[in-house]
Ligand binder design. Structure first.
Ligand code: FAD
Ligand code: DLZ
Ligand code: SF4
Length: 516
């Protein structure tokens, strides 16, 4: 009798908890490409190709290490289309005495795993995912009894626990956080680091053809697919980031430049989230760069904070808030997302840049997601659930546990401030400060009204004005509200009219008809 170890598409780690003490001689690793996972949102086609190719390569890596892998392909005529259906089929194929599985990354799949023991009458052991620092219980322990779940305090606890950038029990450099130094605009630079490019091998080429056949209607392009799909190639990208981009990661973390997709970012989130890279290992190596004098503290601290701080914190919030979190809509936003989110066709240069890059590569960096596409969606009052589904389908690194709190919480203020003390909204001025987008735009970032006025400007004040009942008491918004109040009645009326006209034209232009 064998142990069945299902390995899901975001569990592509050789040291997965469910394999840790397993004996290859009496273990069957089950990997399943299933329609349910490929279709729970209309995934970007690059995301589908990446996951399926990475899964197939991982199956080969496991086999090479002596594991017996039972791999179900998407185009297998017998494929039942779901994880649960495939477990049923696997139980009929093999003599199995128990199932051992690493916990799922999201509520939807966790419910499936929870049902298997009763459904199949086989003992099912669900193991904690040791690729994260904090277990669900540990995060709950930290959060319980706190009035505000401030990320910064959680981060400090993770620093103390891991010892990362700690010296004699104190934060390196005398401060926990060097974020103030990390807001420099960037200039184009011929020596800018470039992420490595990995030509598709035979497996990836076959998967790309499959995706082109089966998912022709899904968004996004597959042209020029060059992501890593193996742990070895992901490791090459990690080494390149640590050597070439990390030193200036901090300085330019929030910068945006036309035609420059990556700047000094790592482009490692897809690999970390699917299991090809170990997040803690990356943090330790980043710290080593600092200790060796090859990268400054503001960069290394910033990088480590994103991973042991934000990433872990987002996961903690996701599991703590429960499956109902997705339906929160504090600002009662109902507008459909404009159709140009799926085409990139808009004359607002910032949006067209971020959207076309996203549709081409399934990647955008944090400030592009937060302060361009997210900011615009929030300003126009887009339905946060629909915004969430867009981010979930369009980004290569998107899994609900990390995408949902980032989108619905941090970006859309759908939870009313659990995650951020004020909504991330800005006028065009912020985008102009942090990028060169406005220099290439048909709109004038310095104007609020008139035909050429940057739409973000009137929308920003319109947002604050229409949400005064809910946001007027927010101390972090006191200054903008004072500025608004100081304006003349005529000025305010013109701003409202400008924004209303823009929103009406936007609705006329065709909002996305959600096929779900
Ligand atoms: P870098 O800028 O190099 O950052 C280093 C690492 O820190 C990343 O690889 C990532 O693992 C981690 N990180 C940084 N910020 C965050 C964050 N806010 N939450 C979690 N981890 C973080 N990240 C995802 O991994 N998946 C998502 O689906 C996702 N959706 C997002 C949606 C919105 C609306 C916003 C504003 C942010 C989202 N993020 C998401 C966070 C962030 O944008 C990406 O992690 C980052 O852009 C990945 O690129 P990178 O690897 O080059 O990151
Ligand atoms: C995202 C995804 C896709 C598109 N396809 C598959 C698949 O066919 N098989 C699989 O095991 N995993 C896939 N995944 C990733 C899963 O959705 C992910 O492992 C779960 O979300 C974990 O909760
Ligand atoms: Fe975007 Fe406004 Fe700048 Fe144009 S002017 S790029 S719309 S912020």
């Amino acid at each position: 009798m064998a142990t069945l170890v299902p390995v899901l598409g975001d569990q592509l780690s050789l040291d997965l908890a469910s394999l840790a003490d397993a004996d290859p001689a009496d273990t069957i690793v089950l990997m399943m490409e299933v329609a349910e996972e490929t279709a729970y949102v209309r995934h970007h086609r690059t995301k589908l190709a990446y996951i399926l190719s990475a899964m197939r390569h991982h199956a080969d890596a496991l086999t090479a290490r002596g594991w017996r892998v039972d791999y179900v392909r998407l185009d297998d005529p017998q494929n039942s289309g779901s994880f649960t259906g495939e477990i049923a089929r696997a139980l009929a194929r093999h003599a199995v005495e128990r199932i051992v599985v690493t916990e799922a990354g999201e509520w939807r799949v966790a419910a499936m795993l929870d049902s298997w023991q009763t459904l199949f009458g086989v003992p099912v052991e669900i193991r904690t995912d040791t690729r994260f620092l904090a277990t669900h219980a540990e995060f709950a322990g930290w959060a319980d009894g706190r009035k505000q779940l401030t990320m910064e305090y959680f981060y400090r606890a993770m620093r103390a626990r891991t010892g990362l950038l700690m010296t004699d029990g104190k934060p390196e450099g005398g401060r926990w956080n060097f974020d103030k130094e990390n807001r420099k605009p960037a200039e184009r630079d011929l020596l800018m680091p470039r992420p490595l490019s990995f030509a598709p091998d035979a497996i990836t080429t076959e998967v790309i053809a499959l995706v082109e056949r089966r998912f022709a209607a899904n968004p996004g392009s597959l042209d020029g697919f060059d992501y890593a799909v193996t742990a070895a190639d992901a490791e090459r990208q990690a080494a390149a980031f640590l050597a070439h981009a990390l030193p200036r990661f901090g300085d330019y973390e929030d910068a945006m430049l036309t035609g420059e997709r990556f700047l000094w970012h790592s482009i490692l989130s897809p690999y970390i989230n699917s299991g090809l890279l170990d997040p803690l290992d990356l943090c330790r190596r980043a710290e080593a760069e600092y200790r060796a004098g090859r990268a400054p503290l503001n960069s290394v601290e910033g990088y480590i904070r994103q991973i042991i701080g934000w990433r872990e914190y987002m996961r903690g919030i996701y599991w703590r808030e429960g499956p109902g979190y997705v339906d929160r809509n504090f600002l009662d936003h109902r507008r459909a997302l404009p159709a140009f989110y799926w085409t990139g066709e808009t004359d607002m240069h910032c949006l067209s840049e971020v959207l076309s890059q996203t549709l081409a590569t399934a990647h955008a960096h944090h400030i592009q997601r937060l302060m361009v596409t997210g900011n615009f969606a929030l300003l126009i009052g887009a339905d946060p659930k629909q915004v969430h589904l867009w981010y979930l389908e369009i980004y290569l690194d998107a899994y609900e546990w990390v995408e949902l709190p980032n989108t619905l919480g941090m970006s859309q203020f759908g939870d009313g401030g659990l995650l951020g003390s004020k909504p991330y909204v800005s006028s065009g001025a912020y985008i102009n400060r942090m990028s060169d987008y406005c220099r290439h735009c048909r709109y004038d970032v310095n104007r609020r009204t008139g035909e050429d006025a940057c739409p973000f400007n009137a929308l920003y004040w319109h947002f604050l004005d229409r949400h005064r009942a809910k946001l007027g008491d927010n101390r972090r918004l006191a200054m903008p509200y004072r500025t608004w109040d100081r304006q003349s009645d005529e000025e305010r009326a013109a701003t409202r009219a400008q924004a209303d006209a823009f929103l009406a034209a936007l609705d006329d232009g065709g909002a996305y008809a959600d096929p779900r």
